[in-house]
Each structure stands twice: as C-alpha cells, then as structure tokens.
Design a protein around this ligand. Structure first.
Ligand code: NAP
Ligand code: F7E
Length: 343
C-alpha cells in the first residue's frame, strides 16, 4: 500500500486528491491547521468513510518546518503533495508577508526534509498559472516566461524554482504542476466562479438580490478540479520528474462565466451582476490561456469537463445549498449575510 502525505488536505484540491488516492488504495495522511472552529467540512465525508487507518490527519503548518520534518520521518510517505498555500490572490496584497512566508518556506522545508532521507520520496509542488502574469493573449506552456504580478504569484515562482533546483542539484523526484484555474462545488466562496454560482443559487431561491464583482473583463482558462487532481497523481507516476501545465485550452471572461451561469437557470445576468472598484486588484492578471499538450503527450492527461458542464455542476450544487438556507431563513434560524462579502 502506497502512503501519501498531503499538505492543505482541507482545501478544494485536498478533498479531490485525497478522495482519488483513497479510492486507489493509498494510505493518506493530511495536515490540518488548528483553528477555533473545526474546518474539515470538505473532507468530513471521507473521514467517516475511511475509519480504519486509511486516512489520518495531523496538526501542522507550513511555517513550522520542525513539524513537517517530524511528520515525514514518522509517516515515511512515498509521495508528498504540497497543496497548502494562502491561495487568494487579492488577499495576498493585504497579507503579503504571510502569503510569501507560507508560499516559500513550506516548499523548501519539505524539500530539505526529503533530501535528508535515504528513501526516495516523490514531491509534487502546486505551481500556478498566476506566475505568468497574463499580459498577452498567447497560449502559455512550460517554456513561457514568468512575470508574477502579486505577492501570491511571486511566492509561487520561488517555490517553483526551488523545486527545480532540488531536482537538478540532488537528483530528487520533484515535479511542478503548473495548474490553470480549476473550480468545483468545493471551491472557496470568495473565488469568482463560486461567488457567482453561490449568488445564482441564492438569487434563484429568492434569498439574494444581486452580486457585486470586480473586473468583469478578466479572462481565465477554467477547468474542473476533479480532472486536475488526476493530473497531479499522473505526474508522480511518470518515469522522470519534470514540470507540466494542466489547462483546458479555452479562456472566457468573468462576464461570460456569469452570463452562462445565470442563463442556466433562465435568468439574465445583467439584472443581477454589478461591478465595484472594491473588488479590483492593485495589479490585474488580464488574460490566461494554457497549452497542456506536454501533459497530454507524456502523461496521457486531458480535461474531461467542459466549461458548460462545470457551470452546471456548480450551479446545481449551489441551488441545493440555497434551498437548505431558505428553509433555515424561513424558520428564523439563519440570517442572510452574503450581500457584501469582503473579497
Ligand atoms: P484552497 O482551497 O485555498 O486550500 C488551501 C489549503 O492550504 C487549505 O487546506 C488551507 O488550510 C491550507 N493552508 C493555508 N495556509 C496554510 C499554512 N500556513 N499551513 C498549512 N496549511 C495551510 O486552495 P486549492 O484551490 O485547493 O489549491 C491548492 C493549491 O494549488 C494551492 O497551493 C494553490 O495556491 C494552488 N493552485 C490552485 C489553483 C486553483 O485554481 N484552485 C490553480 C493553481 C494553483 P485551511 O483549510 O486551514 O485554510
Ligand atoms: O479571480 C476577477 C479577478 O480570485 C479570477 C487561485 O486559485 O487561480 C486562482 O486565482 C479573476 C481575477 O482567481 C471578482 O480580478 C472579478 O482576474 O477567482 P479568482 P485567481 O485570482 O485567478 C489561480 C490559478 C491560483 O493559483 C490561485 O490560487 O476574476 N474577479 N470579480 C474577481 N475575483 C474575485 N475573487 N472576486 C470578485 O468579485
């Protein structure tokens, strides 16, 4: 039985990746941060389905290199997936030092711990399309230059480079997955796709009136997270370590995404979507479009879910959630607080 250690198991990708690995017979270990409220809601279903030692959670933090090193010593994993990060680009401008610390120290701490072991431990680093900066309309691949535009993106460039440096210097099996945006019903609610689909569900159920977004002209290459975690796993099964882009090869604007999501429930987005400077960023990544032909050729990976299917999956789930919220509101057990989110 293979053992995997996942940092950031409580996040969107942590859920889909741990599900995939558990279904494939892995023993999965994940790091969680202590918080005043329990925040394992995404993986609660997995915790209750895998109670016989298949899934174990450990307290850790990417800033605590001692805890990471000791976990690696105790678990002796075959594969480590470093998914943890302060992953919100807009928040990275507000918490730049923290975002940079987490994004940079975590990867190098894990790589150092791996280097000191005799065992071959394969390492996956969650790199990001944000590293490109998105100033041109070109399709971006593994050779395209990086031009980070946020503290988040700069920290990801460091982690990407240090992963390559450890691969080249110490012959470690380290890979960078340069993933373009990937979404799902497990996406954090302040990322734009989920902010939109949450609003569509609530507006359809009559418990929200409008949604205020930022730059509607920004364009992204959006895929489904469930497809992308398969690619992460494939990278660690490949014969040789390298860097691979995962993307759909199609890019649409925030406005088009909103139009499609509202249209799916027979509503006109123009009646419900507003734009406010409040949600604009100090430095915008205007356009991202990825070319994943290397992943297709070498890993046999390709995205299975179209943008229209993704929107359907997300809106359907968010209508169910809004339905449950409506019942609670009608019974005075919940107050709507979602009209003015902070990001
Ligand atoms: P996410 O939902 O924001 O999850 C981030 C995870 O990191 C959560 O489990 C979070 O824990 C954990 N975390 C945050 N700070 C930490 C710290 N100091 N120590 C330990 N854990 C910490 O992100 P995601 O969408 O799943 O993305 C996974 C990774 O891929 C991230 O590194 C992200 O930057 C990168 N990425 C994402 C995309 C995308 O489109 N989703 C694209 C490219 C790259 P809590 O639950 O306690 O907050
Ligand atoms: O923004 C615009 C915003 O926050 C997408 C992270 O997973 O993917 C994600 O980063 C675009 C931007 O994702 C709102 O200005 C408009 O241009 O959903 P987002 P992101 O910044 O692309 C990359 C690949 C990662 O690596 C990151 O970890 O949408 N936008 N109006 C808005 N964005 C937000 N959040 N909220 C709005 O109201």
């Amino acid at each position: 039985m293979k053992k995997a250690l996942i940092t950031g198991i409580t996040g969107q990708d942590g859920y889909y990746l741990s599900k995939l690995l558990l279904e494939n017979g892995y023993e999965v270990h994940g790091t969680v941060r202590r918080a005043s409220l329990i925040n394992t809601f995404r993986i609660d279903e997995l915790i209750s389905n895998y109670r016989n030692g298949e899934l174990t959670l450990h307290y850790s933090d990417l800033l605590d290199s001692a805890s990471l090193s000791s976990l690696i010593n105790i678990i002796q994993p075959d594969e480590i997936y470093n998914l943890a990060a302060q992953s919100h680009v807009s928040v990275s401008f507000k918490n730049p030092v923290y975002t940079t610390q987490v994004g940079t120290l975590g990867s190098v701490s894990i790589l150092e711990a791996i280097r000191s072991k005799d065992k071959v431990i394969k390492f996956y680093q969650a790199s990001s399309s944000e590293m490109y900066g998105g100033s041109s309309k070109e399709k971006l691949n593994e050779s395209s230059p990086f031009n980070p535009k946020s503290p988040y993106a700069a920290s990801k460039v460091f982690a990407h480079d240090i992963t390559k440096i450890y691969r080249d210097s110490y012959d470690l099996f380290c890979v960078n997955g340069i993933l373009f945006n990937h979404e799902s019903p497990m996406r954090g609610e302040t990322f734009v796709t989920r902010k939109i689909t949450r609003a569509v569900g609530r507006i359809k159920m009559g418990i929200q009136k409008k949604v205020t977004l930022g730059n509607l002209d920004a364009s992204r290459d959006w895929g489904f997270a469930g497809d992308y975690v398969e690619g992460m796993w494939m990278m660690l099964q490949h014969e040789n370590p390298s860097d691979w882009v995962l993307a759909t090869g199609e890019s649409i604007t925030v406005k088009s995404f909103a139009e499609k999501a509202f249209e799916y429930v027979d509503l006109n987005y123009e009646e419900y979507v507003e734009s406010s400077e409040k949600y604009f960023r100090p430095n915008e990544v205007d356009f991202l479009l990825g070319d994943s032909s290397k992943a297709k050729k070498e890993l046999g990976w390709k995205p299975k879910t179209s943008i229209d299917e993704l929107i359907k999956i997300m809106v359907d789930e968010d209508i169910k959630l809004a339905n449950r919220e409506k019942v609670l509101i009608d019974e005075n057990l919940l107050k709507p607080t979602w009209e003015n989110p902070s990001s």
